[in-house]
Each structure stands twice: as C-alpha cells, then as structure tokens.
Design a protein around this ligand. Structure first.
Ligand code: GN1
Ligand code: MG
Length: 368
C-alpha cells in the first residue's frame, strides 16, 4: 500500500517544497523511500523509512539507540576534523522534536539526511572498496569503543546467539507450518551436521575469553556508503542493530556479504564461490583500522567467525522459508531458499579454504 506522504511529510523538519517520493534501496526489512524537495534552485533529498515492527518490536528503543549513537559519532567525527554531515547518519526530527512520527495506525516513520555524492553496492565491483569498507567498519568500532553500552536497548534480543537461532530453526523444522521441510532436506541436514559449531563464540563469551563490545551487527556491504569520488567508505548506515556484541559478528558478517562471487540470492550455485582475495583485503583493512584494539583471541577467531556468521545467515533464511517467509521481504518463490543455498555454498567453500584463511590472518597478525 502506498504510504500517505501528504500526512507524513509535514510532520518532519524538512527544508523546501516536497516534490516526490520513490522506493529506495534493497534492504530486507524496512520500507525505504527517497524524498525529493525543491530548495531555491537546488533539490534536496531525504531518506524516509517505515520501521518494520514485526522485526523491531520496540521502535522507540531503536530510535533512542540511533539518537545516542549518532550523537556520539558526531562528536568523534568533529574531534577528528571530519565532516559530520556526511560521515554519520543525521536524523531529521519531527516538528515537535521527536526522532520518529507515529501515525494513527501505529506505524513508525523516521527520516535521515540523504548522504549525497556516495552510494551503496550490493556486490563488490571494485576491490579497493573492500579495503575501504573494512577500514570504515573498523573505525566505526573504534569510535564506539568508549560508548556507554548500558544506555543501549537490545533491539533484537540474542540477535547473533547462533545456538538460539539453531533452536528456532529446529522448531521451524518440527512444526513445518507450510509443508516445505520435505523439499529442503539437504539444507536441513547441512544445518544439523554443524550443530556443534553454533555455540563456539557464545561459549567463549560466557567464559570471558572474548570481550563484549558495542558492535554494528549487520555489516553487510550495502550498509556502508562508498564515496563516488574517493571510493572511501564514508558513512556506516543501518544502525538498528547497534548493540552489545562481538567484534567477530561484524567481521564475519562482512566477509559473508563481500567475499562472494555472486549475489546473495543467485540461483545458479556454480556462480557462487568464496573469494579469498576479497577476504584478504577485508582482513587487511579491518586489522589496519581496529587491529590494535582486538585481543589475540579475537584475532585468532576471525576465520571461524566468517564461517559461523555465513552459516547463521543461511540458517536464518532457511528458518524463514520453513515458516512461510514472514521475516525477510521476498520477491519471488523460494527466494529465502535460494538465499540460504548461496550462504551454505559459501560455508562449504570456506571450510575447504580454512587453512589459507587462517594463514592470511597470521600474516597480518605479525604486522600489528
Ligand atoms: C537483513 O536490513 P538488512 O537488509 O541490512 C538482516 C541481517 C541479515 C541480512 C541478510 C535486522 O539486513 O541480519 O544478515 O538481512 N537484518 C535484520 O541479507 O534482521
Ligand atoms: Mg541494510
């Protein structure tokens, strides 16, 4: 259903005269629009999003986190001589100073300045972008290293608790509410064969062998904006899941989304392979930016985290497929199953290349 922009737009402190709104981006969760305004002879753009409340049950908590985190980033960017208009998201407040507008139907809308002169990519097109994205995510981690974590709401509890994700997967297989389990037995077996891996990182965290940090938790390549001129990773977006977590979640998830030779939903698996060169570049950029704050145990687990986060993501796609596609947006039949299969292909490929992945990290570790 097309949103009622005539109701929503006047609620925010936008500048200029509203011209148009169009669907924007390829995110799997929210409804996102780019708004265009006329401002003297210029046009000005904003991002407008309807928060997905099936996924984010506490939208006000999400918005409170984003306000706190972006204010913190802003201070850090200014102190480092950067440009806070482009290097962090900037919320547009409503006329009464709120970070969201709630409609009479209970929908939550929020808005950000549009970061001009930069764009996101779903797939890697230029290898330099990989190093630059890694530096940007590493710097993001650094800038949040002194953020008071207790101020953050856990917007999705146990988001990367892979063991609990596994339990949810088993429950979905068990109830098989839309009768799809018989058609994905190889994928179900792929998951159950790896059950023992699901608790490795959370067990290490419980034993205090890994430090809890404030992390992004959704470090997909299309969550970093790449500057059109310099190719630098200019701004980290999608801050909904910034929460206490492990640095390894962010490293692993970034590798999952970047070190692949095809799209996340590629149906021809012969085109999906793990790309060691991209892995090497990402590791390089990430360790250049964040290597000094990481502990030896964190660095040691980087290769495994790439496998685990890719596995977890595939398992989540499979769970959603088994539950009848209630979580991720889908655009065709079996879309979540196709997504699951690419992730599992990458997992298999990484398992074969694990020794090389480890050697690459060892090589950089000696430089830190
Ligand atoms: C979702 O919101 P988006 O599209 O950046 C998901 C991530 C998954 C990703 C897989 C809140 O990310 O956890 O890794 O899809 N976000 C949420 O593409 O579940
Ligand atoms: Mg996103």
């Amino acid at each position: 259903m097309t949103p009622d922009f005539k109701d929503i737009v006047p609620k925010f402190r936008f500048e200029g005269v509203f011209l148009s709104a169009g669907i924007y981006g390829t995110g799997h969760i929210h409804d996102t629009y780019a708004l265009v305004f006329q401002l003297d002879r210029d046009v000005r753009r904003y991002i407008l999003q309807r928060i997905n409340q099936k996924v984010f049950k506490d939208p006000e908590g999400v918005q409170s986190n984003i306000q706190l985190v972006t204010a913190h980033l802003r201070r850090k960017i200014i102190a480092a001589g950067g440009d806070p208009q482009r290097e962090t998201l900037n919320l547009i407040l409503t006329l009464d100073g709120s970070s969201y507008y709630r409609t009479v139907d209970g929908d939550y809308w929020r808005s950000f300045d549009f970061v001009e002169g930069a764009r996101t990519y779903d797939c890697v097109e230029n290898p330099d972008h990989v190093y630059n994205a890694a530096k940007a995510f590493g710097n993001f981690q650094n800038m949040l290293s002194d953020f008071p974590a207790e101020q953050l709401v856990e917007t999705i509890p146990n988001f990367h608790h892979t063991g609990k994700r596994y339990q949810a997967f088993l429950a979905a297989v068990e109830s098989d509410s839309v009768n799809r389990a018989p058609f994905c037995q190889p994928e179900i077996d792929f998951v159950t064969q790896r059950a023992a891996k699901t608790s490795v990182l959370t067990d290490m965290l419980a034993r205090d062998e890994l430090p809890e940090r404030v992390t992004h938790n959704d470090t997909k390549f299309n969550n970093v904006m790449i500057d059109d001129l310099t190719g630098e990773g200019i701004c980290i977006v999608d801050l909904d899941t910034v929460m206490p977590g492990l640095s390894l979640y962010d490293f692993g998830d970034a590798i999952r989304s970047m070190a692949t030779t095809a799209a996340e939903d590629e149906a021809d698996l012969s085109r999906v392979n793990f790309d060691l060169a991209v892995y090497r570049r990402y590791a390089h950029g990430y360790l250049d930016a964040a290597g000094e704050i990481l502990t030896p145990r964190e660095i040691e687990q980087l290769p495994f985290s790439a496998i685990l986060m890719t596995f977890e993501c595939g398992m989540r796609f499979l769970t959603d497929h088994l539950e009848g596609d209630t979580y991720y947006k889908i655009h065709r039949q079996n879309h979540n199953l196709d997504r699951c299969r690419t992730q599992f292909k990458l997992v298999s490929d990484m398992e074969k290349k694990f020794d090389t992945m480890t050697e690459i990290i060892e090589g950089y570790r000696q430089e830190i």
